[in-house]
Design a protein around this ligand. Structure first.
Ligand code: CA
Length: 234
């Protein structure tokens, strides 16, 4: 699961595929990105790139020995929705325009530094994360509709009166149906990271929320661990 929006500056679990045939450039990128915490894999050819999937992020040098860059771009796009940053040669204006037309998320021009690249990667990831959240603005789970923009909940089309904490719990659990959310994660998300105290009151809010939803099975309690919202409620 996505780490609830704040993962974008924590690159520790982000897999990045560096498609680059030039060994010295690839080595510099691989070590630079690894230092930034990325989980880096390198592919020196188009064939190796396609074999290295899945990944979370692709850095694609368009000039490869075994296949045309735009063709490889299309092939990658067809099987992966990982964001792609193109690496182009200085002066290759047409290549850049073609790449952006194809749907590249951004491009960098050789030579470029790892710092610049990481800034671009972070910007792209932030953009992708905010799109993901937009898609989650309204969400239906069985009979329940969650409207994050208005912070309202409806059951079978009828608005129910949730308290802010109840809404916060429901909305947060619903971001990843089927996933176990620990009490600490829920506490940080709904009460804030600076809230110190027991998590006992959480059970009171959850119980009240269950009652209002009219469905005791939608939110499961995992004793000693946390909660989860069922993925495909009746
Ligand atoms: Ca090349």
């Amino acid at each position: 699961m996505r780490d609830h929006g704040d993962a974008i500056d924590d690159t520790s679990h982000v897999r990045i595929l560096v498609v680059e045939d030039d060994d010295p450039i690839a080595a510099a990128l691989t070590s630079g990105l690894a230092r930034e915490g990325f989980d880096v894999q390198r592919a020196p050819t188009a064939a190796a790139a396609l074999n290295a999937l899945p990944t979370d992020f692709i850095l694609l040098d368009l000039g490869l020995p075994d296949r045309d860059g735009t063709e490889l771009f299309r092939a990658l796009r067809a099987v992966s929705d990982a964001p792609i940053i193109m690496v182009t040669a200085r002066g290759a204006e047409e290549e850049r325009v073609a790449g952006l037309d194809l749907g590249a998320d951004d491009y960098v021009v050789k030579p470029f530094g790892v710092r610049e690249l990481v800034a671009r990667i972070n910007a792209v990831m932030r953009r992708v994360a905010s799109h993901d959240l937009d898609a989650l603005t309204t969400q239906s789970l069985g009979a329940i509709d969650i409207d994050r923009r208005n912070r309202t909940v409806a059951v079978n089309g009828k608005r129910i009166a949730c308290t802010p904490k109840e809404f916060g719990i429901l909305e947060f659990l619903a971001r990843d149906p089927g996933a176990v959310i620990t009490r600490q994660e829920l506490l940080d998300a709904v009460w804030g990271p600076h809230w110190f105290g027991t998590t006992k009151m959480m059970d009171v809010h959850v119980a009240s929320l269950r009652r209002k939803l009219g469905n005791g099975d939608l939110i499961e309690t995992l004793r000693g661990v946390g909660f989860k919202i069922v993925a495909n409620p009746q």
